[in-house]
Design a protein around this ligand. Structure first.
Ligand code: GUN
Ligand code: FE
Length: 451
């Protein structure tokens, strides 16, 4: 395969605070799917290069109504919960797990079922423009390996964890690792599987040490998983201070917060992703910042389980690594666009307060909390990529070409531009607020068209 160059209008947000509009950019992608070069009309060699590429037939020109965006990076997904998406959100987290979610996840002992559900999920996520996903799988070795195989086959960049959950006091007999040793050995086996997979030479898929959350793990498992993460240099993912019940459980059991406890077990490092983290204390934020760990903000899911809104703006102002997560199926949408909008909406509600019986000044939190489409776009792309320590999410040399083409003119799409009114950043704003799957025309991972 030779280099190919796209002539396109593109948006990206390398930092939370500004969006860059690349107009008529020449984006060159090499044979490995890496971005080799990005140049705009202001560049001295632009006209010459454009003419030469055009003459040789190596230039792919995007239609004027299409815009290139970095692919979405979903920083928190429960792959096995896809069959339950849009159901079962009538009870609190601790009931939801026992009543709906553990019984569903236990079904993945059946590999035929796993193959069907995981194939649909990965296909739908790619169609939604999710080019990278950080997945919780289940406790099962075979089904989790299948998820790895399916991501490799369909070409989705993915980070996959076999869920570790060995605590007999909180996990049912029918869905639990038999012991701490079993949880750890199963994790190690998956790491070996991913790293030696013959189809994974480009490291499209990474293994993840995945203690479900502190309540579902024994101290022995947490201790050994922390040691394993250090030894293998893997990513780590878990749930952190998600709800009052969960946060309170850890305070009672360990006499400290989730973040402090995870840190003592060696589970809080540069490649750790903490889902939710709604109830962090100021010193938890400090600790996460010092360790350069990251938070996966899951605004839709938090609406159902958290009873609180993650203070995204404060976290970004502090310089915390934050990505956006769908949290399928705690969040009832597999769309990162819907989650981006939810992040904006809940940030406004956090700032203004919501109780109509209070006067406006009493109702307000008194702290600036609102974010706008720029920050939402950032955490859905470059922010999530940085949080995961992956070279994606931006159109810059050295990054992988993971991208989506938004057709703003798609007949069955949900956005409409008006030349008289819409230009520059305002177009991205409309994309974030009104685009949907039908507007996602093409999806690329490492330069390969995957949807
Ligand atoms: N905490 C432990 N397990 C889960 C899960 O599957 N979803 C969410 N949202 N929180 C959890
Ligand atoms: Fe979750």
């Amino acid at each position: 395969m030779r280099n190919k160059t796209l002539l396109a209008n593109a948006f990206h947000a390398p930092t939370p605070w500004s969006v860059e509009c690349l107009t008529d950019a020449l984006i060159t992608v090499d044979a490995d799917g890496d971005i080799a070069d990005v140049i705009g009309p202001e560049h001295s060699s632009y006209a010459e290069k454009r003419a030469a590429l055009s003459a040789s037939g190596d230039l792919e020109v995007l239609p004027r109504s299409s815009y290139l965006l970095p692919g979405f990076v979903d920083c928190h997904v429960h792959a096995p919960q896809y069959p339950q998406l849009g159901n079962a959100l009538d009870v609190p987290l601790e009931v939801w797990l026992q009543k709906y979610t553990f019984p569903l996840e236990a079904r993945y002992a059946d590999t035929a079922f796993a193959r069907r559900a995981y194939s649909l999920l990965v296909q739908d996520m790619l169609a939604n423009g999710i080019t990278t996903a950080l997945y919780f799988a289940t406790i099962h070795q075979e089904a989790t390996r299948l998820l790895v195989d399916i991501c490799l086959e369909k070409g989705q960049r993915a980070l996959v964890g076999k869920v570790a959950m060995d605590n007999a006091e909180s996990c049912p007999d029918y869905y639990r690792d038999g012991s701490a040793a079993e949880a750890v050995e199963g994790t190690r086996a998956l790491i070996d599987y991913v790293r030696s997979h013959p189809a994974n030479r480009d490291n499209l898929v990474h293994p993840v040490v995945t203690p479900r959350f502190i309540p579902s793990c024994t101290d022995a498992a947490l201790e050994e998983l922390g040691a394993l993460a250090k030894q293998c240099g893997c990513h780590v993912q878990t749930h952190c201070s998600e709800s009052d019940w969960e946060h309170g459980y850890v305070l009672e059991r360990h006499g400290m917060t989730d973040a402090e406890s995870l840190d003592r077990f060696g589970l809080l490092g540069r490649r750790t992703m903490l889902a939710h983290s709604n109830l962090l204390t100021a010193s938890d934020m400090e600790l996460i910042h010092t360790r350069q760990a990251a938070v996966a903000h899951c605004p839709l899911s938090n609406g159902y389980f958290a009873g609180a809104v993650f203070p995204l703006r404060a976290a970004l102002e502090k310089g915390l690594n934050v990505g956006l997560g769908t949290d399928i199926s705690g969040g009832p949408s597999a769309s990162m666009l819907e989650n981006a909008r939810a992040a904006i909406l809940v940030s406004r509600m956090l700032e203004t307060g919501v109780d109509p019986e209070k006067a406006a000044d009493e109702r307000a939190s008194g702290k600036p909390a609102r974010i706008d489409f720029r920050q939402a776009f950032h955490i859905a792309t470059a922010g999530g990529a940085k949080a995961l320590d992956l070279p994606v999410g931006r159109f810059e040399p050295g990054c992988k070409f993971d991208a989506i083409v938004i057709d703003t003119d798609a007949e069955k799409g949900t956005m409409r531009l008006f030349d008289e009114f819409d230009s520059g950043e305002a177009i991205l704003q409309k994309i974030i607020f009104t685009a949907s799957r039908a507007n996602i025309a093409d999806v690329y991972v490492s330069g390969r068209k995957v949807a």
